[in-house]
Design a protein around this ligand. Structure first.
Ligand code: BG6
Ligand code: MG
Length: 217
């Protein structure tokens, strides 16, 4: 049985359902460029940085443009996205997440956020979860995007916990790979057929308990 001392959480799709806001904002941008961008395509953007997300959309549409123009478009997308974020409240935390975080802390486990998003701290503040994290590592703190393990390794280091004593909760394939590449345990959140590299997959946090961490090997 594994000794777990810390739980590390992805943000988008694990703690809050912001994937739909990202999709709507990218869809608006793609429509403006006459690029047919579907919800299926959107799966490829999960866990991926803002600029890489735009590159993928441009690739789908076969569109090329100078980098400066790409930066302008990505900035505009973020403004549209933030309109939705500003409306978020405590009620937008996914079911069971707050209770599980509190249970972790009561059990003496450390908690950290490991997200590609540059908006992570803002979102945690909006939904009033910031105080439940011992460490926050986001898109402004790392040079290498998932599946590189940097975001999770940095979180573990800030907590003073060894990678093999950490479990990562992730909804994206790139995020599960990042946890694996960092030598950490990983519990997938979502679809078991997509997140097949995780130790096990939960549909959400409603049934998740600290006791279930004993299932990790
Ligand atoms: C990840 C999301 O958490 O953050 C991606 O899964 C998103 O979809 C990425 O592109 C970057 O987010 P932001 O908020 O910095 O644009
Ligand atoms: Mg995610």
């Amino acid at each position: 049985m594994a000794t777990i001392k810390a739980c590390l959480f992805d943000l988008d799709g694990v703690i809050v359902d912001t994937a739909k806001f990202h999709y709507q904002a990218w869809k608006t941008l793609a429509d403006g460029l006459n690029i047919d961008f579907t919800e299926h395509d959107n799966e490829r953007l999960k866990g991926v940085s803002r600029m890489r997300s735009l590159e993928i959309i441009l690739e789908i549409g076969g569109v090329t443009m100078p980098e400066a123009e790409q930066v302008t478009l990505a900035t505009r997308k973020n403004e549209v996205y933030l309109e939705d974020v500003q409306r978020m409240t405590e009620a937008d935390v996914l079911p069971g997440v707050r209770r599980f975080l509190e249970e972790c802390r009561a059990a003496g486990l450390k908690t950290a956020l490991g997200s590609a998003s540059k908006n992570a701290r803002l979102i945690l503040e909006r939904v009033q979860l910031l105080s439940l994290f011992d460490a926050v590592v986001d898109g402004t703190d790392v040079a290498n995007a998932k599946p590189d393990p940097e975001v999770f390794l940095k979180g573990a280091e800030m907590l003073g916990v060894a990678p093999e004593e950490c479990v990562v909760f992730e909804d994206a394939v790139a995020g599960v790979e990042a946890a694996r590449n960092g030598g950490m345990h990983c519990i997938g959140v979502g679809d078991a057929s997509i997140l097949s590299d995780a130790d096990f997959v939960i549909p959400g946090f409603e049934e998740m308990t600290v006791a279930r961490l004993q299932e990790l090997r």
